[in-house]
Design a protein around this ligand. Structure first.
Ligand SMILES: C[S@@+](CC[C@H](N)C(=O)[O-])C[C@H]1O[C@@H](n2cnc3c(N)ncnc32)[C@H](O)[C@@H]1O
Length: 227
């Protein structure tokens, strides 16, 4: 792996064993519903709509959604990619029934050959708001993922927007703290910027905003042409 930028390191360093042990409860059950106003079943439904038999997951956390989604076939071809060794280990252990391959890499740098694909689906849930930079800089992850799509393959996920969406007072304070600590990098993340990146890298896409979360999927015209 090439040298990783200090801000990129900070965006993933928080996911140690302790944080991952409370992540599902604090982030996916409580914060999603009560702060970001987008309960986790909305993201699970996005997984369920878009996941394919050969799946690459970027920024895997605890593997919560991968554990719950029903793969179309037996889901035996799952690859997990994350910069954080502890996230990789935790998610891989949780979905060990699929014998996932693991790849340690920074999504902002070209992916290593072990992640070459092709994939029927590539998921990046709650990853973009952890990545430093402007939308064009965050968009690198789409640039790296797009060529790995099999014909008809989909790229999907969700991200917490930091501006131009309804954010309650408590959520706003917590978001500011996360940004100060380098856990989030989303103060400038707006819906238009996300759409622009999706439009640049994929033939078609769809985005729905619930609370302050943008839930998206992208792929070919015939799947998303009416977006
Ligand atoms: C907020 S968690 C999301 C976990 C999971 N996808 C979910 O929806 O609950 C973000 C994950 O992205 C990983 N991550 C953050 N920055 C990364 C980067 N630059 N490259 C690869 N993984 C990164 C973190 O280690 C962590 O596992």
């Amino acid at each position: 792996m090439e040298d990783v930028d200090a801000e990129v390191v900070a965006g993933q360093a928080v996911y140690n064993r302790f944080v991952l042990s409370v992540y599902d409860l604090w982030v996916l059950r409580m914060s999603c519903r009560f702060l970001w106003r987008c309960p986790n079943p909305v993201m699970l439904a996005n997984y369920q709509r878009n996941v394919g038999a050969r799946h690459l997951d970027l920024g895997v956390g605890t593997g919560f959604f991968l554990d719950r989604v029903s793969f179309p076939q037996d889901g035996s071809d799952v690859t997990l990619l994350d910069l954080n060794e502890t996230s990789l280990r935790t998610a891989a252990q949780r979905i060990r029934r699929y014998r996932p391959a693991t790849v340690r890499a920074d999504v902002l740098q070209p992916f290593p050959p072990e992640a070459a694909g092709p994939y029927d689906s590539i998921g990046l849930n709650f990853l973009l708001h952890c990545l430093p930079g402007t939308w064009p800089e965050k968009g690198k992850v789409f640039e790296h993922a797009a060529p790995l799509r099999a014909p008809g393959g989909k790229v999907f996920g969700s991200t917490i927007l930091g501006t131009g969406v309804p954010i309650g007072a408590v959520a706003r304070r917590l978001m500011a703290t996360y940004n100060q600590r380098g856990i989030f990098h989303n103060t400038g993340d707006d819906l238009e910027g996300l759409k622009e990146q999706l439009g640049q890298h994929f033939p078609a896409y769809r985005v729905v905003v619930q609370g302050c979360v943008a839930v998206f999927a992208a792929g070919d015209e015939e799947d998303f042409g009416d977006a």
